[in-house]
Design a protein. Structure first.
Length: 307
């Protein structure tokens, strides 16, 4: 199914972006606020607005209330990313990424309540297998000391709020992308993201940090972050486009496989650039991840067969 290609473009590209995010946070934002990083995200969306308007000149031909609500979805998305980056600042990428599995669960409830979406039994089983497979990737048997096994309330709260905000933003986007137009909805979502970025720059401390980071690391930061934002944007657009053809909860269940791809790319980094990758390549870990990948594949097969 064509929507699967778009749906999977999200987790694949987002997994690359997670590793780049972690690198950026560790390299440039260890001592400053990660909120500054979102200013770059806002600028990328802002840069695309003229192009979208050129190809879709009727973007303003929708009611102001609709424009406002779509913009709110962009603000929610940026808020979710801020929560995620705060979590990433204190934890490894492989620890943070599994919490994205909460988004499809929130998405299922919201889609049922608002859109009346229901899933067949096979679709529910398939979506469940995808989420379970993605969760298995995050389990670390016997690898952490006792002090590291405790419940991390801050991480859980940050990522639960992130998952809910992402699900709500996706719900709003889906409603208007179907009723209005994909690119018109994307345009006003980017406007919301730009407004969030402008709000960050309005805060004196963030503005000073943004200028300082740019001044001291201009070439490296701009080149790496620009590439990262384009990768993240591509994943976001693919995932949102899939929402037009498949239930919200299924698209988000596939999006939860980001964890699997984070691990796979981590393995590649560990083998090719050991300084950037720290994945455990023991036989037990590889078997565990292989089982997880098999469950994801089985889940996708069921979702495709039943859709």
């Amino acid at each position: 199914m064509s929507w699967l290609v778009f749906a999977f473009s999200g987790p694949v590209l987002w997994a690359i972006s997670v590793h780049l995010d972690k690198y950026l946070v560790e390299r440039f934002f260890k001592e400053s606020s990660v909120a500054v990083l979102l200013v770059f995200t806002a600028f990328v969306g802002l840069a695309f607005l003229p192009f979208i308007w050129f190809f879709e000149p009727n973007v303003a031909a929708i009611p102001p209330a609709s424009i406002g609500l779509i913009a709110v979805s962009g603000i929610l998305y940026m808020g979710a990313m801020l929560l995620y980056l705060h979590a990433l600042q204190g934890e490894e990428a492989s620890v943070v990424a599994p919490f994205f599995q909460t988004s499809p669960l929130f998405g299922f409830v919201l889609a049922y309540l608002v859109l009346g979406e229901t899933l067949s039994q096979l679709q529910m089983i398939g979506g469940g297998l995808i989420i379970v497979g993605a969760l298995i990737v995050s389990i670390q048997f016997g690898r952490q000391p006792a002090a590291g096994r405790g419940f991390k309330a801050r991480l859980a709260l940050l990522m639960l709020a992130c998952g809910f905000a992402l699900a709500l933003a996706s719900l709003i986007f889906k409603v208007f992308a179907i009723r209005v137009d994909f690119w018109t909805t994307t345009f006003w979502m980017f406007v919301g993201e730009a407004a969030f970025g402008a709000g960050l720059l309005a805060v004196g401390e963030y503005r000073r940090q943004f200028i300082e980071v740019l001044r001291t690391n201009t070439a490296a930061l701009v080149s790496i972050n620009a590439s990262n934002e384009l990768i993240n944007l591509g994943g976001g657009l693919g995932n949102r486009y899939a929402l037009m053809f498949a239930p919200l909860s299924l698209v988000q269940a596939i999006g939860s496989t980001t964890t699997v791809f984070v691990f796979l790319f981590g393995v590649v980094l560990s083998l090719v650039v050991p300084g950037l990758g720290r994945e455990d390549l023991s036989a037990r870990q590889l078997l565990q991840k292989g089982i997880a990948a098999s469950l994801v594949a089985a889940g996708v097969a069921l979702v495709t067969r039943s859709g």
